[in-house]
Write a protein that binds this ligand. Structure first.
Ligand code: ADP
Ligand code: MG
Length: 423
């Protein structure tokens, strides 16, 4: 990827935009870009510098992202709508070509890292409520005021506000190689990409084992009670990032949107989509925060594709899809017969959300019922029946307070899940 058209290799101390920004350390990367912590010598603040790959298609995507982020910033002068702020943008020429660069406000770790820090045990419900409020405020602003669909909402693309004052501690924990490559070696010789891929695979296995009730039954197993501590005493706030795939609701351009596990059924069926696809992904994200597991982790199997598995998992959790909706998409015939039954997965084992939360995740009856009442309408098979972000912000669940006594108690998702897989 570090060739012509690809990533720009950065060394610590490299100047950008005529010396205004100085690279400090790598924060992350995506398919299209690497993101660096940089010092803005003009404002004396730390910023995130997103450096796009240079090939034409990546440059075009970056221009689109800049356009979207600019409208977001224009409509929110006080920067209070829970969406990342674009500060500046410019072009940078390097050995691999010309790279579009975005200067963004510097944020903290992603919710995915938060879930990992909590060892996939889920985050305390009261914190989940605070995080959900932020995401919903961001979505309400995008959907209602701007008519923008994010199309790739997921824990990775929601970042916490850095709770560490970056001016005091800009280089936080961790290794800072002088030249870090996304797919290459690090100082300690390990391959970053391999480690991440392994982690992702492990995570996907867990989630599959968990929700895939068609193949799984309940198991026992105990692990010492442990609660999420890393957010103790912190006012939790976050912002939505990564507008590389965002689109205007009145001109959707891609047919296949969203990351697989967060993809709404109307996208799989090609029935057309709108802002409500983000509400589906939001519900999947909230579930993952609260349980540590992906809500749906589809996998192809003998005689069925991952799309079919996905539809089956969704129905096992939410009930049968109404026939009209099932057969209403351009792709419906690939999956459903004319009665609205899946062609290749005939036996579904239903496990409703509130029961799953109690039986699998050991939620108290009341926590489970309340959380399921919050999530289920967002997972309506009819996209137009899903509550909007604005309506969702009014939901009583967001202002409930759990004692914390009954949640997060000694669940053993991994053990139970893996055992079920072997049965
Ligand atoms: P891509 O479009 O290539 O997926 P993203 O915008 O998702 O790029 O950024 C890639 C990663 O960089 C994120 O997952 C996150 O870890 C990090 N990152 C992005 N924006 C910021 C920011 N404003 N502050 C801190 N880290 C960021
Ligand atoms: Mg991303």
């Amino acid at each position: 990827s570090y060739r012509k058209g690809g990533y720009h290799a950065v060394r610590i101390g490299d100047p950008f935009a005529g010396g205004r920004y100085i690279a400090q350390r790598k924060l992350g990367w995506g398919q299209f870009s690497t993101v660096w912590l940089a010092y803005d010598t003009q404002s004396s603040k730390y910023v995130a510098l997103k450096i796009q790959k240079s090939a034409q298609q990546f440059a075009q995507a970056a221009l689109h992202e800049i356009e979207v982020l600019s409208s977001i910033a224009d409509g929110d002068p006080s920067n209070s709508k829970c969406i990342v702020r674009l500060i500046d943008h410019f072009k940078h020429t390097g050995p691999n070509g010309q790279h579009l660069c975005m200067v963004l406000e510097f944020l903290g770790d992603s919710l995915l890292r938060l879930i990992r820090f909590n060892r996939y045990k889920g985050i305390e419900l009261n914190k989940v409520r605070e995080i959900c409020k932020c995401i919903l405020m961001g979505l309400d602003y995008l959907h209602r005021e701007l008519g923008i669909i994010h199309t790739d909402l997921k824990p990775e693309n929601i970042l916490l506000f850095s709770t560490i004052d970056p001016t005091k501690d800009p280089i936080r924990s961790g290794l800072t190689p002088t030249l870090e490559r996304p797919e290459g070696g690090t100082l300690n010789g390990g391959s970053t990409m391999n480690i991440i891929e392994k982690k992702l695979k492990r995570r996907a296995r867990r989630a599959v084992a968990n929700i895939s009730v068609r193949r799984a039954s309940m198991g026992g197993g105990g692990e010492a009670p442990e609660s999420a501590r890393c957010l103790d005493g912190i006012d939790v706030r976050c912002k939505v990032v990564d507008f590389g795939n965002a689109c205007w609701a009145d001109k959707p351009f891609a047919e296949e949107i969203q990351t697989r596990q967060y993809r709404a059924p109307e996208v799989i069926l090609r029935s057309g989509y709108s802002c409500s696809v983000d509400m589906w992904s939001f519900a999947c994200t909230a579930f993952e925060l609260a349980t540590g597991d992906m809500m749906f982790a589809p996998k192809s199997g003998q005689g069925f594709s991952d799309d079919e598995d996905h539809l089956a998992l969704v129905m096992e959790l939410l009930g049968k899809m109404p026939r009209k909706i099932a057969i209403g998409g351009a792709r419906s015939k690939d999956y459903f017969d004319r009665h609205g039954d899946l062609k290749r997965i005939r036996r579904l084992k239903f496990w409703p959300l509130d029961r799953l939360l109690v039986e699998k995740y050991e939620f108290s009856e009341s926590d489970a019922r309340e959380f399921a009442e919050f999530l289920c309408p967002l997972l309506d098979f009819s996209p137009e029946k899903r509550p909007t972000a604005q309506q969702c912000l009014q939901h009583p669940w967001l202002n409930l307070r759990s004692s914390g006594q009954n949640e997060m108690q000694g669940r053993s998702n991994v053990d139970v899940g893996m055992r079920n897989l072997q049965i």
